[in-house]
Design a protein around this ligand. Structure first.
Ligand code: HEM
Ligand code: HEM
Length: 147
């Protein structure tokens, strides 16, 4: 029961995160390259992106210990699906979430706002690429669906 709820929340939140990322990156790009001066809205969208990514971290950490797809055994390494959830998904996603957190926090601390937004754009862009690579999209044959 708990597993089903968490699994579907985790799967659905992926879409919210991807959409927030697109808005955040477009906003950060436009601010960073002076095409727009709306700092407050862009910072707020970047904050929502950070919060949803932290939510995914919490839900993912619980799933990691209750999911039937995470099997703590050396033999998992020779199975594509088991290896993906045991090692690949968690490690790349945690790196991505750390990059988002560093990017957001640094931008807050740098006094030159424009420089801060440029820094945040770089961190968010790398994080987004890592996340897109690590999502078990259906076409990757990892047993997960679109929702
Ligand atoms: C394992 C769980 C979590 C860890 C390790 C974690 C870690 C962190 C770290 C290191 C920061 C940066 C602090 C800074 O430099 O200012 C942060 C900020 C934040 N996190 Fe999390 N977090 C977790 C879960 C959550 C959850 C579940 C939420 C909300 C749903 C959340 C929301 C936030 C918010 C709103 C900020 C502050 C952004 C700001 O500076 O304004 N986090 N978190
Ligand atoms: C940006 C963050 C993340 C995104 C977008 C994401 C996305 C996803 C998606 C789409 C699935 C497939 C769900 C399905 O079967 O329909 C999944 C599964 C899973 N994720 Fe994540 N994830 C993230 C972070 C994490 C983290 C940090 C962990 C571990 C700490 C984690 C652990 C898991 C586990 C264990 C499963 C397998 C659940 C199952 O089907 O039994 N995820 N994730």
């Amino acid at each position: 029961m708990l597993y089903t709820i968490l699994k579907h929340s985790h799967s659905g939140l992926r879409w919210i995160l991807v959409i927030l990322f697109l808005f955040a990156l477009i906003g950060l790009f436009r601010v960073a390259f002076r095409k727009k001066t709306c700092f407050a809205t862009t910072r707020r969208i970047a904050l929502f992106t950070l919060i949803v990514s932290h939510l995914q971290l919490i839900i993912g950490m619980i799933l990691y210990f209750i999911s039937p797809l995470v099997i703590f055994s050396g033999q998992s390494m020779s199975n594509k699906i088991y290896r993906f959830y045991l090692v690949e998904h968690i490690s790349l996603m945690i790196i991505a979430i750390i990059l988002i957190t560093i990017g957001y926090s640094q931008a807050k601390r740098i006094s030159d706002e424009l420089r801060g937004f440029r820094r945040m754009f770089t961190y968010y862009l790398i994080a987004f690429i890592l996340i897109l690579i690590s999502i078990p999209w259906p076409f990757r044959g990892l047993g997960a669906g679109w929702f």
